[in-house]
Design a protein. Structure first.
Ligand SMILES: Nc1ncnc2c1ncn2[C@@H]1O[C@H](COP(=O)(O)OP(=O)(O)O)[C@@H](O)[C@H]1O
Ligand SMILES: [Mg+2]
Length: 617
């Protein structure tokens, strides 16, 4: 059905149950990132506490004014009091400004380092992870969630501290003024705290839901933008728009629930203290009338209570923001907690094989990590040896596992059984960097990055220079780049010039051969070339292949001809190995695959007798 629904099924592991989740624990995990800026942060928090407590001095000045100059009818004293009040206000504003200046830059740094860590981690996660996680979820975590975390450190975290301190100090002042009135104000504290904790639990659930829905929405937007040609070409604008609207509606619903919860708690937090202040006012006035209390004290008491209104009222939405931030932290660490691919595989290491040189598949078995445990593995008992300097073509029906097999060599996936040897050395025991130096790959889907042509090609070998670049381009018959507006310095990829499929494939091929790798793994690298270009690339490839040991997935007889031998992959096994001519004459499935009719998986295999198993070892 819609893209949206498809994606929803792919939603990653569900978040931890809310019951065993603690907002504080989630947020505490941010400490390593905050540590470097802790001095500034605490300084800023201290300044804010100071500024906030200054506002509590104002009622004391008022008391002094009412009981002193006002009672004595001394205008000069009133002016002096007004001057003090003004001064206090200015200092308070200055301190809050200072706080902002103290934290703004360091916290932007914290956000940047969180983002850098996430990005680095994403690069190191196994391919299997990216197969499983929708990209929109990763995007929203890398942007919105991290922004929430920065804001949390700057605002709610500071002000929870500031407001709590202010409330405590304020109550000390209140009790010092008149303890009986203080008790009246304190009475609603307990029900308020209970209400806040109930609210917090509910709000955290909705907040998580909303953030996940933002991720889903991002995925749909991203896919529609990336797939705009398909969307337009198939007239899918409507259904995409429908999917988008459905998700947006759902998000809107969730946001409304959030708003409703917030409105409820806000109403209670505002109304209850208001009632308490009203009660205190009545009681206080009675006491002043009885002469038990000075008018100044009552004024000071009430203005302190009013000054405490904002710290108390803001607690509600500060808690809400903290909940959202805790959720953002959870979402961030959910990704960060996924194990990176090990540099070398763990597990039992076997003797370095005495299997000699070349590329050897030794009893290789593979099953995708998310596959049903009961299902048959995609590849089983693959035994194949490609001799040094030899080119082996890999032929098989669609879905037979060719791409999977080629991905195992550079360890984009880890074998689940058996081993792969490069010149006798198990790839599982190799440092990844060394493995990437030895083996070069080109895939069916040529991916170009937003960079120049030259940079895209040189991605294949870091130290390669101009000369190698030129040679690789010529080998891949990609000389067309010299006719581009800025030659090899032309920007391509998403932000640059659009290249045709065949042009992209030739650049991907140039990238694969630029470092002069010992082993070359090409997954059907010629599929998008027209017949003439293909012939040119093949002629050039022939020269490259002479110097390397290569495994080349091939569909057309002309590509197969480049290879010294051919291996036929069928039903997850290598069912035949031989020269093109041998297989053509002795293997019906092979003859059928090469007969020009492009097989479509199931039909291709149906009715074809299983060839007798051939192993070269
Ligand atoms: N990332 C994946 N997760 C699970 N199964 C996959 C994945 N990629 C491919 N497969 C399955 O593995 C089988 C082999 O796919 P593939 O290697 O792409 O075949 P080929 O390249 O020969 O057409 C197919 O049945 C396919 O559905
Ligand atoms: Mg394939």
């Amino acid at each position: 059905m819609s893209v949206a629904n498809h994606r929803l099924r792919l939603m990653p592991e569900k978040p931890a149950e809310p019951t065993d989740r603690s907002a504080v624990r989630s947020l505490m995990r941010l400490w390593p990132y905050v540590r470097p800026v802790r001095a500034r942060w605490f300084a800023a928090a201290f300044v804010a506490v100071l500024a906030s407590c200054l506002s509590l001095v104002i009622p004391l000045v008022l008391k002094w004014m009412v009981d002193g100059p006002v009672a004595d009818r001394d205008p000069g004293g009133v002016w002096l009091g007004a001057f003090y009040l003004l001064l206090l206000g200015i200092v308070e504003a200055g301190l809050f400004g200072l706080r902002r200046w103290l934290v703004a830059r360091p916290l932007a740094g914290v956000e940047a380092s969180l983002r850098a860590d996430l990005y680095r981690h994403l690069q190191r996660l196994p391919v299997a992870f990216h197969d499983r996680w929708p990209s929109g979820q990763l995007l929203s975590r890398g942007t919105t969630d991290l922004m929430l975390l920065r804001m949390f450190l700057a605002f709610p975290l500071t002000f929870l501290l500031v407001n709590t301190t202010t409330i405590l100090v304020g109550f000390v002042i209140l009790f010092a003024q008149e303890w009986s009135l203080g008790l009246v104000l304190l009475a609603p504290a307990v029900p308020l705290m209970i209400l806040c904790s109930v609210f917090e639990t509910k709000y955290s659930l909705v907040a998580r839901k909303a953030q996940d829905q933002v991720g889903d929405l991002t995925t749909v937007v991203e896919e529609s933008v990336l797939g705009i040609r398909i969307v337009k070409g198939f007239g899918r604008n409507r259904s995409q728009a429908r999917a988008f609207r459905a998700l947006a509606q759902r998000l809107r619903g969730t946001e409304l629930v959030k708003a409703r919860l917030l409105a409820g708690i806000w109403a209670l937090i505002t109304a209850i203290p208001e009632l308490a202040i009203g009660a205190a006012l009545v009681l206080g006035t009675v006491q002043v009338a009885d002469g038990g209390l000075s008018a100044g004290t009552l004024v000071a008491f009430l203005s302190t209570a009013l000054a405490l209104r904002w710290p108390v009222e803001s607690i509600g939405f500060l808690l809400a923001m903290s909940q959202e931030s805790a959720t953002a932290a959870d979402r961030f660490f959910e990704v960060m907690d996924v194990a990176e691919e090990p540099s070398t595989a763990v597990g039992d290491r076997r003797e370095p094989g005495g299997d000699g040189a070349g590329l050897v598949f030794d009893g290789v078995e593979f099953r995708y990590p998310d596959a049903d445990a009961a299902s048959a593995p995609v590849l089983s008992r693959i035994d194949l040896r490609i001799r040094p300097g030899e080119t082996m073509a890999l032929v098989g029906a669609t879905g037979s596992g060719k791409t999977t097999l080629t991905a195992l060599v550079p360890r984009l996936h880890e074998v689940t059984g058996g081993r792969i040897l490069l010149d006798g050395e198990d790839v599982a025991d190799m440092e990844r960097s060394r493995l990437r130096e030895l083996v070069s790959v080109a895939f069916e889907e040529p991916t170009l990055f937003s960079a120049t042509v030259g940079e895209n090609v040189l991605m294949g070998a870091e130290e390669a220079g101009e000369e190698e670049l030129r040679r690789a381009l010529s080998v891949a018959q990609a000389d067309f780049v010299h006719d581009l507006p800025q030659g090899v310095d032309t920007q391509v990829g998403e932000q640059g010039l659009s290249l045709s499929g065949g042009q992209r494939q030739r650049l991907a091929l140039a990238r694969a051969v630029v470092g002069g790798p010992r082993f070359l793994v090409l997954d059907d690298p010629l599929s998008a070339l027209d017949v003439h270009t293909e012939a040119l690339v093949e002629a050039a490839l022939r020269r490259v292949l002479e110097g390397t040991t290569a495994l080349v997935v091939a569909h057309r007889p002309s590509t197969v001809m480049l290879a010294d031998r051919v291996a036929l992959l069928s039903g997850g096994r290598i069912t035949a190995v031989g020269t093109h001519q041998e297989l053509l004459h002795h293997n019906t499935e092979y003859a059928w695959l090469m007969s020009g009719a492009e097989g479509t998986g199931a039909e291709a295999r149906a009715g074809v007798p299983t060839a007798e198993e051939v192993s070269t070892r």
